[in-house]
Design a protein around this ligand. Structure first.
Ligand code: PLP
Ligand code: COI
Length: 341
């Protein structure tokens, strides 16, 4: 398979149209067989539920080329499960898990020429999504849906690759206490657009959201969970019902405990404690682990001892182990790697 002539090393996190995408339609209570198509556009009713009431959800995972030349994905079964959880919360039909996994394989195979080579620093981002497609004017769920999967080669989510980030504490909330923060609904990201643009305007890379009810506890950023490391080397991650259950975070906590032999804690994290941590990182499929160097709380700076030039020592160990597993350099825990080719 000849690869496309792409400057892999200089890719950012952007959209590039690839050759094929997977589509299945839901109508009269059933999903159609599904097919790979070339058309990257969608035509739907002007009154489609997705356009009027934001009935849409998505997932994000990546395909990697391993050291020995295979193409693999990382724990796609967990993306399938999370999309099921999300669909139920949004009154959308569930796209069956086996079919979700099959669709991922088909789309990656069909776009093999866009899977970045091993060692290029890039990966193929896979975006499954679903939306209510028929006309709905009263507030109710659609009866018809489309499930699609497209791919796009990507580089680092944050400009500057793994240079430590500067965050600010947001005055806006991302999710309500009993809302939709724990699912991957498009509406959560719509909520975060103003705060992220405003953060960038003010010179920050991302927002740290606090819990909406008390504004005392750390939640997450617009697109990643937090990991902290205490001065005595314990890896701590916030527990909350209104953050997305990140697959990367769950994997890293396992890596920390079972592979690196570190102490781990998933618990409520008070903002007040943040100044005492030694390291801080953002984790997610897109973010991998992006180190945080500084957090600005309304003009007051919290500077982590790990500094503004490099990843903290434990963050780096977690990063190397996770990416080592994903790229086939380190043996993966049972069931984590799905070989596509
Ligand atoms: N939090 C939010 C809000 C996200 O959008 C994402 C990305 O999917 C994550 C966390 C990280 O989740 P995962 O590791 O499953 O990609
Ligand atoms: C991901 O990491 O896959 C996400 O969906 C985050 C998004 C903000 C790009």
């Amino acid at each position: 398979m000849e690869k496309k002539n792409i400057d892999w090393a200089n890719l950012g996190f952007g959209y590039m149209q690839t050759d094929k995408r997977y589509v299945s339609n839901y109508k009269n209570g059933a999903w159609s067989e599904g097919a790979l198509i070339e058309d990257d556009t969608i035509t739907i009713s002007e009154c489609a539920c997705v356009l009027q009431y934001a009935q849409t959800c998505f997932e994000g995972l990546k395909a990697y080329t391993t050291e020995d030349g295979h193409i693999v994905t990382f724990r796609p079964d967990l993306n399938a499960q999370r999309m099921e959880d999300t669909a139920k919360r949004l009154e959308m039909p569930v796209f069956p898990k086996e079919r979700f996994l099959e669709a991922i394989v088909k789309v990656v195979e069909a776009n093999e020429a866009y899977v970045p080579p091993y060692g290029s620093g890039a990966t193929l981002y896979i975006r499954p999504y679903m939306f209510g497609s028929n006309a709905v004017i009263g507030v109710k769920p659609a009866d018809e849906y489309q499930f699609r999967v497209f791919t796009t080669p990507v580089g680092p989510y944050f400009k500057g690759g793994i240079k430590p980030l500067t965050l600010r504490v947001s005055d806006y909330d991302r999710a309500a206490p009993h809302g939709t923060g724990n699912i991957k609904a498009g509406l959560n990201y719509a909520m975060s657009l103003y705060p992220i643009v405003d953060a960038h305007r003010q010179g920050f890379d991302e927002n740290m959201y606090l819990d909406a009810a008390t504004r005392t506890k750390v939640e997450e950023t617009g697109g990643a969970n937090f990991l902290f490391v205490t001065k005595d080397g314990t890896v701590v991650t916030p527990k909350s019902n209104s953050i997305l259950p990140s697959i990367t975070r769950r994997s890293l906590m396992y890596v920390a405990k079972e592979i690196l032999g570190l102490k781990t804690e998933e618990r409520e994290v008070y903002f007040e404690e943040v100044k005492d941590f030694a390291e801080c990182g953002l984790c997610g499929t897109a973010a991998v682990i992006s180190p945080v160097g500084k957090i600005n709380d309304h003009g007051k700076e919290i500077c982590f001892p790990s500094g503004m030039t490099e990843m903290g020592e434990i963050t780096k160990k977690l990063y190397d182990t996770l990416t080592g597993i994903q790229m086939g350099r380190i043996e993966a825990p049972e069931g984590w790697i799905k070989v596509i080719k």
